[in-house]
Write a protein that binds this ligand. Sequence first.
Ligand code: AVI
Length: 795
Amino acid sequence: MLETPSRGTGAHLVAKERGVDTPRIIDIRSSRQASTEDPVRKDILDGLQSSPPKIPTYILYDAQGLQLFDAITRLECYYLTASELSILTQYGKDLASSLPDNSTVVELGCGSLNKTRLLLYALESQRKKTNYYALDLSSSELKKAICGLDRGLKYMSVVGLHGTYDDGRKWLARARSKASGPLVVLWLGSSIGNLSRDDAASFLSQFVSESLVPGDMFVIGIDRRNDPDVVWKAYNDDLGITRKFILNGLAHANRHLDQVFQLKDWEYEGVYHKEEGYHEAFYAAQRDVDMRGIVGNESGYFPGGTRILVEQSWKYSPQEVAILADRCGLLPLQRWTDAAGTYDLHLLHVPPFDFFISSCDVTRVPSLDSWQELWKSWDLVSEYMMADEMLQEKPIPVRNECAFYRGHVPTFFDIKITEAVPELRPLEPVYFHDIFARGIDPDLDDPSQVHWHSSTPQTWPAPDKVMKYKDSVRERIKLLYSNATMTRHGWRAIWMGFEHEAMHLETLMYMLVQSGTTIPPPVPAALCFGIGGLPSRFPDTTTIELHDIELGMIDSEDQDDVVESASAHEFGWDNEKPAGIFSISGKLEVSRKLITNADYLAYLRETGSQCIPQSWSGSVVRPTVKTVFGAIAFGMTDETGPAQWPVVASYNDLKKYAKWKGQGWRLPSEVELRVIYDYAAYGHSSNGKYDITQSNVAFKFWHPTPLAPEIEIAGPGSMGVWEWTATELARVEGFVPGRLYPEYTADFFDGKHNVVLGGSWATHPRLSGRRSFRNWYQRAYEFAFVGGRLVRDVL
Ligand code: AVI
């Protein structure tokens, strides 16, 4: 429950615990109301004097404007309201079950509550205690709306907030700390579209930085980039209601501007910019208009044809929402779409850490900010989820105990940095270099065959000792960034330490998924399992023309002794080099999705096999999928449930699956999979970076997901697992072992490992987003987050 000082008195108003019989409205308007100058007049004059001229959009919403807008929402051509209503009708319960108990829900611009009530009643019927705060510009409309709610709400308190969005934002920043549970900001009606993409990003970012904490959420209704004619019609209806609504803005402006606008001089003009995806509403001067007396001599003369902008309505593809979310430090968790696929309700949350998916520089030395986020993720996973009680556990029998990994990550860094920067000495305790240098990764066919690894001590050092060491390594990293004489070799060690830590974050995740004692992460992902909505309009397979492609990257280590700045060079692991053109031709029929759990279950059942993969528990009769949230039932009828997630299994098992499928189906080679990734529309850009904003990587969901319906064909990390290729990891011509870590790849040229590409839900975006990055596992290894897809030659 939030408490707020009422303006002027300093007294505290407390929202009524139950029911809505006497609506409580808090006036949160900022003090500018008290100033002698009319702020609306000032805003209008400032806008008219700007170039090109504009009028603030809020001018449309006086009492008359609100009524006209209400009429618009009932027009058939203005599909946005009906679409949103249909989503809330159909999925209101799902949305309610995704919101935690004891939430504080603050709605921006609540209007009549016609749509919101569906959510509120769903929360009530699920007996979720909720403190609901409805923000709106008009206190009388607020009262009316709240009074219209059911009287008998038992689990919900309802309070009105009278003010603008900005007042609401500032109020929330002050009041947030008093809310005991998570905060949910609800913003319906595609009102976000009335801000430009940049303004929307800064508005949301302000909320995130001022008021939201990890676990808090946004629920935002957003209109899609629909058929341009349909969008245009929505803003240019035959009955002329939109025209009246827009022109009424001038009448409103006149009340603040001494009736300066002659209404006969102006006409409404709507323009849809289909490339950029936004509609604009203008006042177009029908003749020369002279308003110099009021607006000012320079800018007060408007020749006939001048357009004054009053409103923009931006539309968003799901990908644009993902980019927007990423810019603001939010992660999309769930999306509900209307039956016609015109409109989405997005559930976004503030994650416990943020890997900046869209802006991640995939080849340069990571910034200190990137390190900070990596450290947050490492601490969450290695200390919170993998609690001290687990340290002696070996969730994967062939690997080290959990305790090893806590020490290994900082120690590896210290070993590499002291090698690369000769003036540095190993940090204390120096013996960590002996016990934490390298882990065990034995041959699965013969576990006695294992490459060099550190000796395992009788007992691992105490957790606080390891934590102290980790902290001193982090301090060392921070200091290194201000070292003006760093060589490229030094930066390479920093880059390598970062990617090494990111890789081990994933190792820990697949160990923790196997353990029964993992503490789930503090994220709401456990509540919803992927992207809901329509079946895809794309076919199950696509034929792709194979062609010569460029592989690899350039990063010679010959000049590593040069002193340079952190961002001067692009780094890659030894197996990403050399770069070259690979020749390939022919045609390939490619599955849109990876093999799903449901596909694999059907195969086991049909072949009578009882051998479930290590990624499942239960049995062939009633299988469940292992996750960090515990075992989850397949949900065979649920389009978004684990049955539709990609199966995680060994290469050997998936190869058998392909054989069982017959008809030429097989797993793709490494080069074929690269061609497939390049084909995927968002797959490849010239700077060696994949666009992975729509992929399930970087801990967006903490589990695999089905393929989103609007994706034509799975690209890197689209379903939250890596992909097996049929290509063995082998020494290629021109391969040079890395100077700092020569055994990184070379130790695995043993004929037992295959290349895997893409990325999983637990992969850092540097790795899944870098086109040259290659990973590999033993063909018999079942634990890593790797799945596969079928392809076949088109003859
Ligand atoms: C409130 N806002 C989201 C509406 C829109 O679609 O931009 C306002 C509107 N303007 C013209 N018609 C509706």
